[in-house]
Write a protein that binds this ligand. Structure first.
Ligand SMILES: O=C(O)CCC(=O)C(=O)O
Ligand SMILES: [Fe+2]
Length: 300
């Protein structure tokens, strides 16, 4: 039976690399403990996120930014759908991006953040969580580089000033769900790697190589880490970007909201993803690839 490996970020780099490499080539996912993101930082972000989603619909809509593909601020219920899916996902979300210094040329790819005036702690706590995710992600990328037979620092320049996004996700109670719609339809993540907090609340499932859905149930506070399409492309498929979904709860849980916090760690927008290994696809910049994929999911 397929198992998702559980690893500790405090393990020596070689053993972390071996564990991640194996897990990412088998399931595309791993569970990571001791990730170093402070519980207080997570709790504060969780409070800020819940306070925002509890605002009246009109207040939230004020933070929807037209023409940006949901890159920053609020994206309402019913906007995003999985590639080729006929119905929209049952979720609303908020995106926080990197804060760039004034005049940075990468600003052409990365719009400014917006902040909800109604939630005092939102900005500070979100930026603290972004930084903590980025640090944990950097460590994971060192292990991934080693797993790929490279120096630990090999991937660091590819994500320096990367176009990473912190997503606060709210899936409302499903009693009013539309026919056939699920919280998040089967999809693959677009980015390099994803670090997810909050998946203790049931629903996340991955598709195994045998074509079976396997529930992902991390212990309290652990990270779920998965490979995205950009890393799969860079490694010519050696590391797998695995299809996953969030199914609707049944029974008593259907009346409850589900909240989660994925951090989509991205390459620099101008980084050229030139696959190493045999059978890779054409080189393409991370930004061109992102735009292509956002069109497919209805965000631009
Ligand atoms: O909410 C979750 O547990 C997963 C969300 C997800 O897969 C995504 O937003 O890409
Ligand atoms: Fe995902």
């Amino acid at each position: 039976m397929t198992q998702i490996a559980t690893l500790s970020l405090r393990e020596p780099l070689d053993s972390l690399a071996a564990g991640l490499g194996r897990s990412f080539s088998e399931t595309g996912f791993a569970i990571v403990r001791d990730h170093g993101i402070a519980p207080e930082t997570i709790a504060r972000a969780d409070d800020a996120m819940r306070a925002f989603f509890a605002l009246p619909e009109e207040a939230k809509q004020a933070y929807r930014i037209a023409g940006q593909g949901g890159a920053r601020g609020y994206t309402p219920f019913g906007a995003e759908h999985a590639k080729d899916a006929a119905v929209h996902d049952l979720k609303e979300f908020w995106h926080v991006g990197r804060e760039l210094p004034a005049g940075d040329p990468l600003a052409q790819f990365m719009p400014d953040n917006v902040w909800p005036a109604e939630v005092a702690d939102f900005r500070a706590t979100s930026l603290a969580l972004f930084a903590a995710f980025e640090e944990a992600g950097g460590h994971l990328l060192e292990a991934i580089a080693v797993a790929l037979g490279q120096e630990p620092g090999f991937l660091a320049p590819t994500v320096a000033q990367g176009n990473s996004v912190l997503r606060y996700l709210h899936y409302p109670p499903v009693s009013a769900a539309r026919e056939g719609a699920v919280r998040a339809a089967a999809h693959e993540d677009i980015n390099t790697i994803t670090l997810l907090l909050g998946a203790e609340e049931a629903g996340l499932e991955l598709l195994t190589r045998d074509g079976e859905w396997l529930a992902v149930s991390p212990p309290e506070g652990a990270l779920v880490v998965n490979v995205g399409d950009m890393l799969q492309r860079l490694t010519a498929g050696r590391l797998r970007s695995t299809t996953h979904r969030v199914v609707n709860p049944v029974g008593e849980a259907a009346g409850r909201s589900r909240y989660s916090m994925p951090f989509f760690l991205h390459f620099r927008p101008d980084y050229v993803i030139a696959p190493f290994g045999e059978g890779g696809e054409e080189p393409i910049t991370a930004d061109a690839y992102l735009q292509q994929r956002l069109r497919e999911i209805g965000l631009i």
